[in-house]
Design a protein around this ligand. Sequence first.
Ligand code: 5GP
Ligand code: ZN
Length: 113
Amino acid sequence: MSDTCIFCKIASKQIPVEALYEDANFIAFRDMNPQAPIHILIIPKVHIETIMELDSETLMTGAFRAVQATAQLLNLTAEGFRTVVNCRENGGQTVYHLHFHLLGGRFMQWPPG
Ligand code: 5GP
Ligand code: ZN
């Protein structure tokens, strides 16, 4: 837990959000600046800065389980969706607490800008 990290505050419920999915290690909530009709963030409850600091195999597996479960709950599995992890400056990461973007509800262009 980092005192200055906004996602730690969300994970610890100091800042309340509507949890769309939650398990022992992850929580999913809506992005405040959505880039698609459905734009969810899935975060570990522990503070991990970027995907490069993710070294727990339990959390690696759990992250993808959480993405799958959230996509299922939001009925995204038939039409499809995109999952994105931005890493540091060139990846466009702005919040340094690992998060998986789950984007759906429209066709996603490729390549991204
Ligand atoms: P990044 O650019 O780091 O991959 O993505 C950070 C995302 O977090 C952005 O899409 C931004 O809109 C979202 N975000 C930042 N602060 C908050 C917040 O306090 N609440 C919510 N729900 N989303 C946030
Ligand atoms: Zn954090």
